[in-house]
Design a protein around this ligand. Structure first.
Ligand code: 5AD
Ligand code: SF4
Length: 344
């Protein structure tokens, strides 16, 4: 089947076979047509509103050693910081003042933040009437349950890659089965679940990216974050190529076609590799932006990868740039907590 037929099929049925997904992903002439179809599906299912989620990076300590990430345990060059409970809650208050109705609390896997500590923070933030998303890594079913009861609404945990052998190789000491267990537990506890993958990992194949998309469909993921690898020289992946921006955008578009209701962010990693790619993502299937509300040193030191876009900008700058950018593509900032819109 040629690409136009495949894209039409995906747009109508929201289903494709693995070989068909792989054919679209590997066709670097399909980008424009894919983006246009994804943009139509995005408009039909989730509308023109762009959801903003204020990102608070509250600890750069991590017990994991993911080979691609600057926060990995063995990276002696990483500057480590932890915010106090008060600082985190203050930032959430600022996010509220910027008009955001939801915050994402993100950190490395840091045992200092016990479930009790996190629970207290969540309860305080919920008093501000904000939706709370956690992005804090792997925990037990019971821990996830307590955090959910404390008021957490959503959870982000990327699968990173569904190639189990590659996962094991790039995430030393971690287990693919355990990762999937976490996602299933989160689902069963009633969280909105976000997952996603990295594009451009060494050894990753187009077939495995197609599997990633089928995995998102099977999980019925509510949110899917896709970003290119931004090679970090202080990690074992030093010297590897960065992920391909075109491939990442094709991946994003196919995800919109096959998971039409999902909330899909235009990721910072895309913008870091290619200024302007954020807008391309928003006109090619994405409907979410996660502006960083972390300020000061913490913002500089939460370095997953080099050159994180806009690290030097204040959240206020970020906001006004955004408004203008969105206006030019006929979109607007949606004033809502940004839960998934179920259509069927
Ligand atoms: N480049 C791009 N994304 C990265 N992440 C970690 N390291 C990198 C990197 N070097 C992503 C992972 C993780 C998310 C929080 O950041 O996918 O899930
Ligand atoms: Fe830690 Fe997340 Fe980085 Fe892995 S990707 S080292 S879990 S912060």
């Amino acid at each position: 089947m040629n690409k136009a037929v495949l894209i039409e099929k995906a747009e109508q049925l929201h289903r494709l076979k693995k070989s068909e997904i792989a054919a679209l992903l590997s066709d670097n002439t399909a980008g424009k047509m894919l983006a246009e179809a994804a943009n139509r599906v995005r408009k039909r299912y989730v509308g023109d509103g762009v959801l903003l989620r204020g990102l608070i990076e509250f600890s750069s300590y991590c017990r994991c050693n993911c080979c691609y990430c600057g926060l990995r345990r063995d990276n002696g060059k990483a500057k480590r910081f932890r915010m106090s409970e008060r600082e985190i809650i203050e930032l959430a208050g600022q996010a509220k003042d910027y008009g955001y109705q939801t915050v994402v609390l993100q950190s490395g896997e840091d045992a200092f933040f016990s479930i009790e500590r996190l629970g207290k923070i969540i309860e305080k933030i919920k008093e501000l009437d904000l939706a709370v998303t956690l992005s804090i890594g792997e925990r037990s079913f019971n821990d996830y349950k307590i955090l959910r009861e404390a008021g957490a609404d959503r959870f982000l945990l990327r699968i990173e890659t569904t190639d189990a052998a590659l996962y094991t190789q790039l995430n030393p000491g971690m287990s693919y089965t355990e990762r999937v267990r976490c996602l299933k537990d989160l689902r069963s506890l009633g969280y909105e679940v976000g997952t996603g993958s990295l594009v451009g990992l060494p050894g990753q194949t187009i077939d495995s990216l197609a599997d990633d998309i089928l995995f998102f469909q099977k999980l019925d993921a509510d949110m899917i974050g896709i970003g290119p690898l931004v090679t970090n020289p202080d990690t074992p992946l030093d010297g590897n190529n960065c992920g391909d921006v075109g491939l990442t955008l094709r991946m994003l578009a196919v995800i919109r076609l096959l998971l039409p209701e999902a909330n899909i962010p235009a990721t910072t990693a895309l913008e870091t590799l290619e200024p302007g790619a954020r807008i391309m993502a928003l006109t090619g299937g994405a409907n979410v932006i996660m502006p960083n509300v972390t300020v000061g040193e913490a913002r500089m030191n939460y370095a997953l990868y080099p050159g994180k876009a806009e690290v030097a900008d204040t959240p206020q700058d970020c906001n006004s740039i955004l408004m203008t950018e969105l206006h030019t593509i006929g979109r607007y900032i949606e004033n809502s907590k940004g839960f998934r819109k179920h259509r069927h």
